[in-house]
Design a protein around this ligand. Structure first.
Ligand SMILES: [Zn+2]
Length: 249
């Protein structure tokens, strides 16, 4: 069930049977010479949208801009600084909490978001603590590549050249989701360098074509289909477990 294609009455009805909502969250940022700018929000969106076709899961609109200041040296990147990002996550959660949602599950597609999402959760929990509420909503984030079965599959598909940015696994997922937008390039070197992440000018100098440690030329839509299937199964299980968590009395 997609929130943006539902009416408020349908959401009211959904709340009678579940208090859980899934929010795909990612980033709009450069992904090397062949990766789509939307890769990090498209992957969790593709997986969540696919999951809600076979399970009674409500999926909110995708939070598609994240903490990506280090990619701003490349055209098309749009970033929120951590403080803005935290404020936005907070208001998304407060809005959903006000409607009656008690379990807010973020399916994340961008490693650079993780620390800030956790900090935003800590702010929300601090609000509940200071208001002496012990039954505030619960928040969870999960990286899609950490869903059960996905990481091992990606390791088997891409034993070398997986890397950490513009990876063949994330690009394969978008190739499956958007086969009309598959790009090609000659990679030099075939496997990109690795190193630290600092500010945008430093990033562009270290990683001239935008990749980190990856050879995206290994991506295929068929491998993407396998990854999506594994991630969908993992997501359905993980959301069910989160929904079943009971707060202590
Ligand atoms: Zn990415």
């Amino acid at each position: 069930m997609l929130l943006h294609l539902s009416t408020w009455q349908e959401i009211d009805d959904y709340l009678k049977r579940s208090k859980t909502v899934v929010i795909p969250i990612g980033s709009n940022e450069q992904h090397g010479p062949t990766g789509l700018l939307g890769t990090d929000w498209l992957c969790p969106e593709i997986i969540a949208h696919e999951a809600q076709r076979s399970a009674d899961i409500l999926v909110a609109p995708t939070f598609n801009i994240g903490m990506a200041q280090h990619h701003l040296g490349f055209a098309g990147t749009i970033a929120l600084r951590p403080s803005t990002f935290m404020a936005c996550i907070g208001d998304w959660c407060r809005s959903l909490g006000l409607a009656g949602f008690e379990k807010i599950y973020f399916l994340n597609g961008h490693g650079g978001n993780v620390a800030t999402i956790d900090a935003a959760f800590s702010e929300l929990y601090a609000e509940a603590t200071y208001a002496q509420r012990n039954r505030g909503f619960a928040c969870k984030q999960k990286n899609w590549w950490e869903l059960k079965g996905v990481f091992g599959l990606a390791q088997r598909q891409f034993p070398t050249g997986h890397g950490s940015h513009a990876t063949p696994s994330e690009i394969a997922v978008t190739q499956w989701g958007y086969p009309d937008s598959i790009k090609s390039a000659n990679y030099a070197p075939q496997i990109a360098p690795t190193g630290p992440i600092r500010e945008a000018l430093d990033f562009r100098a270290r990683y001239p074509d935008g990749r980190m440690g990856s050879d995206p030329g290994q991506a295929t839509p068929e491998k993407g289909a396998e990854l999506v299937a594994a991630a969908v199964a993992g997501l359905i299980d993980d959301v069910a477990a989160f929904s079943a968590e009971v707060a202590p009395a």
